[in-house]
Design a protein around this ligand. Structure first.
Ligand SMILES: [Zn+2]
Length: 473
């Protein structure tokens, strides 16, 4: 691929991010849980494209209706209810989801709306049983900084997730109901992104800010990015279906090249929605949706957001920085501790006599090292008594790793701690004197080596060195 000059091409790009929240659904008490096993029931529905209140039927709606399909919905007795089936009005808004959306709006410096009005957005591909998706504007006109550049945040919305497609056939589509109604935070940036690499970085930073609320679902498919892009002489294209952040730059490059080719051949570039494919190219998905898609949800009264009650949340990046400076940890260790959601402050209090760095290295690195060296898994948190014993000075800290390795190797059996009991200071001194007498010509490092080889895990290296220096005169 030839390298593209994005500035000359006049690349303009904006991102839309959709993040699923954990907990309950947005308008009912069902869990925000996605299932793919055999459904308890199936039901068949026809949908009709109805005009919005303005009387206009949008272009995308006409396109879908033109296909004259019917839809089959698969659901589960215990995790879907009549709200998902559109047989019961929505319950009051999920307050935890609202709180998370307000926190994100604050972190992204948005102006929060005075009154939240739930809207219905026409959806006619069958992915919503009602034929619309409920969505509400939470904040607008925000910004975030990426590599010193300010990127505008146009809007933050809270909305319902749609059904998951199971199978598309010519005459009908099958949808799974379990995803319908899961809360989604939707963040749209302005068209201020000017390179594909920057698009990736903006997406990563917004993802980090979303996760900082602690309210996000985790795993593949829980966050989705849509990219809007245009170049001079081309048209605005929306690309959906990115699987991974790292694929964003490549997919954008391929799309720009596709448009360049059309422009060179004198062909018109159509404004449309395209899908990111596994090979990183894009394919036509549907025409760009029109504007006549929203009308107010009459089943839910407007909501006054409690902006005072929303405390500001530290971002994950800020928490990593803080942890690493408070406890003198490397950024890598701090990052692991934060991403594994470990309550490190509590551990430091519990094991107050141990160095925080030693605690961090034990809980993060010991597991990895034992896996690498002995091909064994160990959850250090199930064996905190080892750290407890080191904290009480019943075993030397230098024995902690070996004890954990022994536990892992014996598949969790209780270790014989007496084996690891530290040598008393007097015994160590006697041992040092004896060693020097037996090896009068040996240099101090060789003596140290002998001492460590014989008493590994039982003696403190610093103490041993001090004693060797004292007696080796
Ligand atoms: Zn429900």
């Amino acid at each position: 691929m030839t390298s593209l000059n994005y500035e000359e091409l006049g690349l303009k790009c904006g991102i839309e991010i959709h993040q699923q929240l954990s907990g309950k659904k947005l308008f009912c008490n069902c869990p925000a849980e996605i299932r793919k096993d055999n459904p308890d029931f199936r039901l068949k529905r026809h949908l009709r494209a109805s005009a919005g209140e303005s009387g206009a039927v949008d272009q995308a709606a006409l396109y879908e209706v033109g296909k004259k399909k019917y839809y089959i919905y698969e659901g589960y007795e215990d995790i879907t209810c009549l709200v998902e089936l559109d047989c019961e009005p929505p319950h009051p808004l999920n307050q935890a989801a609202l709180k998370a959306a307000l926190q994100v709006a604050k972190m992204l410096n948005c102006r929060i709306v005075d009154e939240i009005q739930v809207m219905r957005k026409t959806v006619i591909d069958g992915s919503n049983t009602s034929g619309f998706q409920r969505t509400m504007l939470i904040g607008m006109n925000g910004s975030l900084e990426v590599n010193g550049k300010k990127i505008g945040i146009d809007t933050i919305c809270l909305e319902e997730e749609a059904c998951q497609i199971v199978e598309r056939k010519k005459e009908y589509d099958i949808y799974n109901l379990s995803r319908l109604g899961i809360p989604l935070i939707e963040i749209a940036t302005g068209p201020h992104i000017t390179t594909p690499e920057e698009a990736k970085e903006v997406a990563a930073k917004i993802g980090m800010i979303l996760r900082s609320t602690g309210a996000c679902k985790r795993g593949i498919g829980t966050i989705r990015q849509d990219i809007n892009l245009s170049i001079k002489g081309g048209a605005r294209i929306e690309i959906k279906g990115f699987q991974e952040l790292k694929s964003i730059p490549k997919i954008m490059d391929y799309e720009i090249e596709r448009q360049l080719k059309l422009i060179k051949e004198g062909k018109q570039v159509e404004s449309e929605v395209r899908k990111a494919e596994d090979d990183l190219t894009t394919s036509f998905l549907r025409p760009m949706p029109g504007m006549d898609r929203m009308y107010p949800e009459t089943d839910i009264p407007p909501i006054k957001p409690d902006t005072e009650g929303i405390s500001s949340v530290k971002t994950i990046e800020e928490r990593i920085k803080e942890l690493s400076s408070d406890f003198k940890l490397s950024p890598e260790l701090a990052k692991e501790i934060i991403s594994q959601e470990i309550d490190f402050v509590k551990l430091v209090k519990e094991f107050a006599k141990l160095q925080p760095k030693f605690i961090a290295e034990t809980i993060i690195n010991a597991t990895k090292e034992i896996k690498a060296r002995f091909k064994k898994d160990i959850n250090v948190f199930e064996h905190l008594e080892v750290l407890q014993k080191a904290n009480k000075n019943e075993i030397p800290t230098s024995a902690v790793f070996e004890i954990l390795a022994e536990i892992a190797s014996s598949d969790g059996n209780k270790p014989d701690y007496s084996k690891y009991k530290g040598m008393s200071d007097d015994d160590l001194e006697q041992e040092v004197v004896k060693l020097i007498k037996e090896n009068p010509a040996a240099p101090i490092n060789a003596l140290m080596g002998m001492l460590m080889a014989k008493h590994r895990g039982k003696i403190d290296g610093k103490k041993a060195m001090a004693l060797l220096n004292k007696h080796n005169k």
